[in-house]
Ligand binder design. Structure first.
Ligand SMILES: NC(=O)c1ccc[n+]([C@@H]2O[C@H](COP(=O)([O-])OP(=O)(O)OC[C@H]3O[C@@H](n4cnc5c(N)ncnc54)[C@H](O)[C@@H]3O)[C@@H](O)[C@H]2O)c1
Length: 461
């Protein structure tokens, strides 16, 4: 397999964050602490995970960051926009995810990062009252203002390359409209200041049009419309989304594939959460909650393939609740009650009680997405990056393809994509290549220390 041409990760990478609240500030503070050796990047594949290459007996397991050329943490620079003017120091302290004593060593760096005024319209996020918002004549004018912000940030930060990760609030639920169908229709609607174009779409347009890889950490429509997918292809920009897959949904996409793999039936899955941060407050509005609900609900049917297994999964009850409960802050608690059915239709139950920290789970995803999207850009990958589905509740996919939700299939997609980029053998995990002489692949390459016992049994000399 030929290695793909990938431009080196030379110079600085600027990470632009529309929405600089709990997730963004926890992400930035984390990177600042980690690069000083004061914290560990737990939860990040780009920093910690190893990837197997070649045959199992070759024992080649480099770190992902040793295999693919990723930007280094020391080369990252941060910028973004918010409707609040809080520096990242203030945002961290307001979000209350990290203790003040934890971030004291990086206070100066956090204070220096202040959000630029936002593209915002309260009718899309009812529960937030803005403090700094751009004035506009129409949505195209707003996109142009963002592009000027981006240019200024690039110059001031000395960034050579940029990526944009939406970490802003969840907007009210929207359906695709005629204005989203083509680039021309979208640009016309923006000039006409159409309400079909929510703020997150304006940011996505500005990024994609400028050739800046874009990821969407919220369930907003944003770049998940034909016009912006076309624009990404045309501009050669990688895009991915939607909605970070962090706590309860991550567990769902682990457990539901397990039930299906064992052909255990499902009668009901009741999920509820209490959450007390600003995100929880935003989701207290029915419009924003509906967007999140759609995203959280979609995973089960897809994992269980209800259409193919009607007798097992055709008629289960699925409910998702999120209750805003201020005392918990960012320390979300989720409960799942799962009613399953086994042999002879006998009922059984599974309970999950996940006491998580929302932004602690999300921050490493922002880092990985930023580094992988930058890699994608340098490898000339464009349009939807399906291999990054691993990070999302509602993975973006070509309209004629069902998105993949199973966390481990998603992980395989990601690791095999990295192997392909680097000209390494794709691993299908069948294992036949070790045993099936008929297949012709069983002949081992000179193996350092083959496991003699099993290999002899299989008839390999
Ligand atoms: N934390 C998680 O585990 C997780 C998981 C999946 C998705 N998400 C999503 O990630 C996003 C960020 O989560 P958070 O906990 O940081 O929320 P947050 O409320 O703390 O931060 C979001 C920030 O976005 C700002 N904002 C809203 N609209 C904006 C706009 N148009 N332009 C610029 N800024 C804007 C808000 O003022 C706020 O400061 C939310 O949409 C959330 O639903 C979070």
């Amino acid at each position: 397999m030929t290695k793909r041409t990938i431009r080196p990760a030379k110079g600085k990478l600027g990470i632009l964050l529309p929405g600089m609240g709990a997730v963004s500030s926890t992400f930035i503070a984390g990177v600042e602490l980690i690069r000083r050796g004061l914290a560990e990047p737990k939860g990040s594949l780009t920093q910690l995970q190893r990837i197997r290459l070649g045959k199992r007996y070759e024992n080649r397991n480099p770190l992902i960051k040793e295999l693919v050329p990723l930007a280094e943490l020391k080369d990252l620079r941060f910028g973004g926009w918010d409707i609040f003017e809080d520096s990242m120091w203030e945002a961290c302290n307001k979000a209350g995810v990290l203790r003040e004593s934890q971030i004291a060593p990086i206070r100066k760096e956090l204070e220096a990062i202040r959000p630029m005024p936002a593209v915002f319209d309260q009718s899309y996020v009812k529960n937030l009252a803005p403090r700094q918002v751009k004035k506009w004549t129409n949505r195209m004018d707003l996109a142009q203002q963002l592009m000027r912000d981006i240019e200024r940030f690039k110059k001031e930060s000395g960034a050579d390359r940029l990526v944009m990760i939406w970490c802003g609030s969840t907007e009210t639920s929207m359906e695709t409209a005629a204005a989203h169908e083509s680039i021309e229709a979208l640009e016309k609607a923006m000039k006409d200041d159409s309400r079909d174009i929510p703020p997150s779409m304006v940011y996505a347009y500005a990024a994609i049009k400028s050739g800046i890889p874009y990821a969407n950490g919220a369930p907003n429509l944003s770049a998940d419309i034909p016009a912006l997918v076309d624009l990404a292809d045309e501009a050669g920009t990688p895009i991915s989304g939607k909605d970070f897959k962090t706590g309860q949904t991550m567990m769902k996409t682990v457990l539901a594939p397990a039930l299906k793999a064992r052909m255990l039936g499902l009668r009901g899955w009741y999920s509820t959460n209490i959450l007390g941060n600003r995100d929880g407050e935003v989701l207290d509005d029915p419009g924003s909650f509906r967007t999140k609900e759609k995203s959280k609900m979609s995973v089960l049917d897809a994992c269980l393939e209800s259409d193919k297994y009607a007798h097992l999964y055709g008629d289960y009850f699925h409910k998702v609740r999120i209750d805003y409960y201020p005392p918990r802050g960012d320390e979300k608690e989720g409960w799942d009650n799962i009613d399953i059915a086994g042999w002879l239709d006998m009922p059984m139950q599974i309970k999950i009680n996940f006491l998580c920290r929302d932004s602690i789970l999300a921050a490493p995803l922002v880092l990985d997405l930023a580094l992988f999207l930058d890699l994608a850009g340098r490898a000339n990958l464009k349009g939807i990056q399906e291999w990054l589905s691993f990070y999302f509740k509602s993975p973006q996919a070509r309209p004629d393809l069902k998105p993949e939700h199973d966390l481990f299939v998603q992980h395989m997609k990601l690791t095999n994509t990295l192997r392909i980029l680097m000209g390494e053998e794709v691993i299908d995990h069948s294992g036949l290549d070790y045993y099936d002489l008929e297949r012709g692949a069983a002949t081992p390459a000179p193996a350092p220390k083959p496991y003699a016992g099993k290999r002899r049994k299989a008839g390999v000399k």
